[in-house]
Ligand binder design. Structure first.
Ligand code: DLZ
Length: 214
């Protein structure tokens, strides 16, 4: 039986159409099996909402601590190009970072690569970014510091850039908590619920609302 304390996102009040949206996903690689399941759930839900494969760009970074920087660079890369601005400090540093991310994504043979989702151009604005990571508490204060830094970093980025950022970071006290929240639980509580699905839904809803509001 699934754990009743693991809650998912109820359906939105209206069905949003994601067919014109461009969504970036940037994910950490720490806790690989959990990340893969979350990524799969996220992509499946995006597609279910009509987002086209070629409009889903997937990038990876080593750990969750890197998520805010990569998220910001992805957002800025799209905006710089769309404004047709002269190359700036941001643009050049973005290019460097993103080519690194590209390389390390392609060196991950086991990473899920839903056909064209990992290779789209970075130089078109994203309607939303989903930042995915999995932090699991150890015996030191490391977990608390990274959770705090990443949470505040991602919030600041969406407020500063005006691009919605979906907080796709599990902050689990145990391996089992993380597995259950990725829908691959192994304990008596069953498989749990894949929160990646909620993040895919949230990204399309936020992208649609942001278009209405701006
Ligand atoms: C170092 C570290 C540790 C101990 N645990 C995790 C974790 O549970 N989840 C995660 O995403 N990343 C972890 N990291 C890596 C840091 O996020 C980061 O990549 C490194 O400190 C390098 O900046």
């Amino acid at each position: 039986m699934s754990d009743p304390t693991i809650k998912g996102l109820p359906p939105p009040p209206v069905k949003y159409d994601g067919s014109n949206f461009r969504i970036a996903i940037v994910h950490a690689r720490w806790n690989d099996a959990i990340i893969k399941a979350l990524l799969e759930g996220t992509i499946n839900k995006l597609k279910e909402q009509g987002v086209k494969e070629e409009n889903i760009v997937v990038k990876s970074v080593p750990g969750s601590y890197e998520l805010p920087f990569a998220t910001k660079q992805l957002i800025e890369a799209g905006k710089v190009q769309s404004a047709n601005a002269a190359p700036s400090m941001i643009a050049s540093s973005t290019t460097n970072l993103l080519s690194l991310i590209d390389n390390n994504t392609s060196s991950q043979p086991s990473e899920p690569k839903p056909s064209s989702t990992s290779t789209g151009p970075l130089t078109t604005p994203f309607d939303a970014v989903i930042s995915i990571g999995c932090l699991i508490k150890g015996s030191t204060m490391h977990f608390e510091y990274i959770c705090d830094a990443v949470t505040h970093g991602l919030m600041r980025i969406q407020l500063d850039t005006g691009t919605p950022v979906v907080f796709g970071v599990l902050t689990a006290l145990t391996d089992d908590q993380a597995l259950e929240r990725a829908g691959i639980g192994r304990g008596e509580k069953g498989k749990g619920h894949n929160h990646g699905e909620d993040w895919g839904l949230a990204a399309v809803e936020l992208a649609a609302q942001n278009k209405d509001w701006t």
